[in-house]
Design a binder for this molecule. Structure first.
Ligand code: PGA
Length: 258
């Protein structure tokens, strides 16, 4: 596990974008796992800038998004289809057929979830997975007590998540109660994982995920079992880590390691 702390959200986003660009440059047909939410917004802005100004080429890239609300049409401004289109896909040269986002409108969720898992394998598996983290320590919509071996499936959202989301909807009836989400087990199969977090509100989840026990109460803690995870944290989100000095020491000393 590698932990990198940045002073600002902008620096966090740029560091993550450099990692994504490196993955694409090393393997032009890289398979990326993508996240939504406020955290990766700066990352997507930077990738769009790199595409426009530096020629970062998405022409052979394939993507799989983590999750989607059940019941929201793709064109709904709160759907993750809409989010991804507006914030990344419409600005870069990724072929439409290479984009995968869980469907929130399929009439057969079971079949769709099985297909999504199969499709990831058919595309060669996820090379680099981007994650955010919820205030309750969730990754994707794997709410507390989700099985750490879970696969893509329907999840009933926690009350807290529903309440947090309510501000984005006109009426309480519109707030989705279910989501379709990659499982913790699906995420753990990515070859490399980068988790981003910013803000004081994430500090508790970050300490639990990195320094606490592996537990389904904090699904991000399952990342402790993965061999190649990088946390890129803005300073406030990292502020409660007990071993912060050690992580910084590692960053200083690693370049000279034999
Ligand atoms: P946020 O959401 O980036 O909007 O904070 C992260 C999450 O809940 O996974």
């Amino acid at each position: 596990m590698e932990i990198i702390v940045k002073d600002t959200v902008e620096e966090m986003s740029k560091a993550a974008a450099r990692m994504v660009a490196r993955a694409i440059n090393a393997k032009p047909n890289a398979v990326l796992g993508l996240a939504t939410g406020s955290t990766p917004l700066g990352l997507y802005q930077e990738l769009v800038r790199m595409h426009k100004e530096e020629g970062l080429d998405f022409g052979q890239v394939t993507t799989f998004n983590l999750d989607e609300y059940v019941g929201l049409p793709n064109k709904h401004p709160q759907s993750y289809h809409y989010f991804m289109h507006e914030n990344l896909f419409k600005h870069v040269n990724i072929p439409k057929q290479n984009i995968h986002i869980p469907s929130g409108t399929t009439d057969n969720y079971e079949a769709f979830c099985a297909w999504y898992e199969r499709r990831i394998v058919e595309c060669g598996g996820i090379d680099l997975q981007i994650l955010g983290i919820g205030g309750d320590g969730h990754i994707a919509f794997n709410e507390p007590t989700s099985s750490l071996g879970s696969r893509t499936r329907i999840k009933t959202l926690a009350r807290q998540t529903i309440d947090d989301n309510a501000r984005f909807f006109d009426t309480p009836e519109e707030v989705p109660i279910y989501a379709i989400t990659m499982g913790v087990g699906t995420i753990l199969e990515a070859r490399k994982i980068i988790l981003l977090a910013n803000g004081k509100s994430k500090a508790g989840a970050i300490i639990a995920a990195i320094e606490g026990p592996v537990t389904s109460q904090i699904t991000a803690s399952a990342l402790q079992l993965h061999r190649d995870v990088m946390y890129i944290l803005e300073r406030e989100a990292a502020s409660e880590l007990a071993m912060l000095d050690y992580y910084q020491w590692i960053q200083e000393k690693m370049p000279d390691a034999p």
